[in-house]
Design a protein around this ligand. Structure first.
Ligand SMILES: Nc1ncnc2c1ncn2[C@@H]1O[C@H](COP(=O)(O)OP(=O)(O)OP(=O)(O)O)[C@@H](O)[C@H]1O
Ligand SMILES: [Mg+2]
Length: 242
């Protein structure tokens, strides 16, 4: 658990006059599930976009597997083994579930037959086995969230960034997603997960990082974070109570 897979060091991101991320430093170690929490608009998705190459930091460095990735393109970073899911799931609706997962698989597998085999495997892994040939748009929200995870898994990640894959799901569906995340970690994938559902994130995470207004305000075990006065006030004290 000592190898640092992903490291944010003094990372900042400004959008014009808005300081969306301010001097954030933390790491995700190999084999960990780390929770990233904070009120709406805190900057969580922006951190994912920075790590995965969709945005470039204004300050600081981001390293993955010991190498600088800030400023690299998403395909380059994905190829290195770091992939994100999107908060707003947008499958290619007219394409089948299998074809959607193949999009991820094509990153490393150029022969369609190979991509198809990898895609079928990850669909089974996320519980979408048997749904390969239906149009992606016919999946329920829970199915679309699982497909988003499958597309990411098809790129063979070392580290998976999951952005609110439980949002909008029922209690039973959330429990299923928590089990899936544990299984993925069991399969050797490290995970950084953004989640508003406190019970789920507390159950899942080895460590939790809390951000508010773009700054890290706490980091520790789920119990430490849940008892941190600054975290309690971030969630209960402002207009963004979750
Ligand atoms: N591309 C952008 N251009 C300008 N402002 C942006 C951009 N992306 C994010 N922001 C702003 O940066 C801040 C952080 O947004 P971000 O989406 O990272 O928050 P979040 O923590 O993921 O919130 P939520 O829990 O609601 O998903 C917000 O004030 C948002 O409006
Ligand atoms: Mg977000």
């Amino acid at each position: 658990m000592t190898q640092k897979l992903l490291e944010f060091e003094g990372v900042g991101k400004s959008f014009g006059g808005l300081r969306a991320i301010d001097n954030v430093s933390f790491s995700v170690h190999a084999g960990e599930i780390v929770g990233l929490i904070g009120p709406n608009g805190a900057g969580k998705t922006t951190l994912f976009a920075l790590a995965s190459g969709f945005l470039k930091p204004t300050d600081g460095q981001i390293r993955f597997d010991g190498k600088r990735v800030d400023g690299q393109t998403p395909p380059h970073i994905c190829r290195a083994g770091l992939v994100r899911t999107f908060q707003i799931v947008k499958p290619f609706g007219e394409m089948t579930v299998l074809e959607n997962a193949m999009v991820g698989a094509f990153l490393h597998h150029h022969r369609p037959a190979d991509a198809r085999e990898v895609a079928a495997g990850v669909l089974k892994q996320v519980g979408l086995g048997g749904r390969e040939h239906q149009a992606a748009k016919t999946l329920t929200l829970s199915g679309r969230k699982r497909l988003e995870v499958a597309k990411a898994l098809a790129t063979h990640p070392k580290l998976l960034l999951l952005d609110e894959v439980m949002a909008g799901l029922t209690t039973v569906e959330i429990a299923g997603m928590v089990d899936l995340v544990h299984e993925l970690r069991g399969a050797g994938i490290s995970i950084l997960v953004i989640e508003h559902n406190m019970k789920a994130v507390m159950n899942l995470s080895n460590r939790i990082v809390v951000i508010q207004y773009g700054k890290k305000i706490a980091e520790g075990s789920p119990v430490e974070v849940a008892n941190d006065p600054q975290v309690i006030s971030a969630y209960l004290g402002g207009e963004h109570a979750a």
